[in-house]
Design a protein around this ligand. Structure first.
Ligand code: SIN
Length: 486
């Protein structure tokens, strides 16, 4: 990998302001999912290393929380600027370890950095209240204070932006952090740590614990009384385990978990725009985002026309290495992810589903590229209806009425993102209100932005990231009752 700034390709954990090996000396391999080659060996931290990071974060909290908001904001702004200055290198590291097309990686670095800029600005706006008192001699005031040390456990599908989306509000609020990045994509996290080091964060404010043993690190973080909050993005299965583990120390928890997003096309929709929106919402990162359209529903009158245009657009996507110009669909993250989508497609075919395009690996059996796939003749007995696919598979269901599609859209334990296209404004309001989801895209397939609250309901989790609400999860409200004011 040729970087302009070779300092960014570090391979060690970052604890208490120092890049460091594991106490055991262990390392693990980071693999390029496009060609299966080893990119590097990375420090494999264990429980003792994680304890050290937590201790460092706890000591640093006493200092960092007392910085003025302006001083914290200035260091966050430095970090933001460094991310933008190193955009090309950060994107190259990201695409190499994660596989997504370079254009998407550049978009992710900008998206990730925008959280740092936004929360640097929000740091100065952590306001309290004065509340009209309940007695003549009393005055009531609230202040907001940082929760303490935060454990941030982040996924491989957005190795950079999911870190900054958690860490920037935490740091702005005055918290310190211990980050456990995915073992599949630790290099982006270490590169962010290097830039944080250059930005001037005091030692211990940001710590990155790289490890192949997520279970052990998660157990240490959740058991530690020094960690006051866990923020996790990942599967619903793991989110539930972490939530249970946080019970004994009664930690604050935010969870951004799985989804099963409906994407509804009503008969009055602008079909070309709906097709473009569906392609964007389905195939971003080869279908590996929590908010990817999972089930596409097209109304009977426009079903055939939609399927035809959609399939044509899906076939036009260039498949290949994320580092080649023009690639839209890169490899999936690992073999078991491909096997999962193969099983989901096989299940649909067994139950009568028709493959209009794709439905197989692209090339030999060793490749992790799965062709963008469109399925019709699908029904609610199939896994494509019930499970989060997390791959480039688009089942298109036919529906007749608004009531029917709302019932099907909400027929899931998940409640993260949802989308629909239509023009009738009364129906738009009805449908937006009826969808049991934390986020609704109306006539758009792209809803992610720093300035809006990202998060789900039901088994998709709780807590909001980004926007003015994104800071709340890292703050405690303290109420002061002043008496004796005669
Ligand atoms: C996710 O997949 O968890 C994040 C997607 C996004 O922020 O757009």
């Amino acid at each position: 990998m040729h970087l302009t700034n070779s300092d960014l390709l570090k391979t060690q954990a970052y604890v208490n302001g120092t890049f460091t090996e594991a106490k055991s000396g262990a390392t693990f391999d980071v693999i390029n999912p496009y060609n299966g080659e080893q990119i590097s060996k990375v420090t494999d931290c264990g429980a003792a290393d994680t304890e050290s990071a937590i201790q460092a974060a706890s000591a640093a909290f006493k200092v960092w929380r007392n910085y003025t908001a302006g001083k914290r904001a200035r260091i966050l702004k430095n970090w933001y600027k460094l991310q933008i200055e190193n955009l090309e290198d950060l994107a190259l590291i990201l695409s190499t370890e994660q596989g997504k097309p370079l254009a998407e990686s550049k978009g992710e670095i900008k998206y990730g950095a925008s959280f740092v800029e936004w929360f640097a600005e929000e740091a100065r706006r952590i306001y309290g209240d004065t509340i009209p008192g309940h007695a003549a001699d009393k005055r009531i005031v609230t202040i907001k204070q940082p929760v303490g040390v935060v454990g941030a456990i982040t996924p491989w599908n957005f190795p950079s932006a999911m870190i900054t989306r958690k860490v920037a509000p935490a740091l702005a609020a005055g918290c310190t952090v211990v980050i456990k990045p995915s073992e599949l994509t630790p290099l982006s996290a270490i590169a962010l740590a290097e830039l944080a080091h250059q930005a001037g964060f005091p030692p211990g404010v940001i710590n990155v614990v790289t490890s192949s043993d997520a279970k052990t690190i998660g157990a240490v973080m959740t058991a530690s009384p020094l960690i006051r909050k866990i923020s996790f993005t990942g599967s619903t299965r793991v989110g539930k385990i972490l939530m249970k583990q946080c019970v004994d120390t009664v930690k604050k928890v935010s969870l951004e978990l799985g989804g099963n997003a409906p994407f509804i096309v009503f008969d009055d929709a602008d079909l070309d725009k709906a097709v473009a929106g569906a392609v964007a919402a389905k195939y971003r990162n080869a279908g590996q985002t929590c908010i990817c359209a999972n089930r596409i529903f097209a109304q009977a009158d426009i079903y055939e026309a939609f399927v035809e245009k959609f399939t044509k657009a899906v076939k036009e996507q260039k498949i290949g290495s994320g580092l080649e110009a023009g690639t839209v669909i890169g490899p999936m993250i690992e073999e078991k992810a491909v096997q999962f989508v193969e099983a989901v497609v096989a299940d649909a075919k067994e139950k009568g589903g028709q493959v209009l395009t794709g439905g197989r690996r692209h090339g030999d059996s060793a490749t992790l590229i799965y062709e963008p796939t469109v399925l019709t003749e699908v029904n609610r007995e199939m896994d494509v209806y019930k499970k989060e696919i997390f791959g480039p598979i688009a089942p298109v269901f036919k529906f007749e009425t608004e009531a029917e599609v709302i019932e099907m859209a909400n027929d899931t334990n998940y409640g993260l993102a949802s989308y629909f296209y239509g023009r009738d404004y009364a129906r738009i309001w009805r449908v937006a209100e009826a969808l049991e989801y934390g986020m609704v895209g109306i006539n758009t397939g792209m809803i992610s932005t720093t300035v809006a609250p990202f998060g789900g309901i039901k088994e998709s989790g709780f807590g909001r990231e980004g926007s003015k609400y994104g800071m709340d999860d890292y703050l405690e409200i303290k109420y002061m009752c002043w008496g004796g004011i005669e």
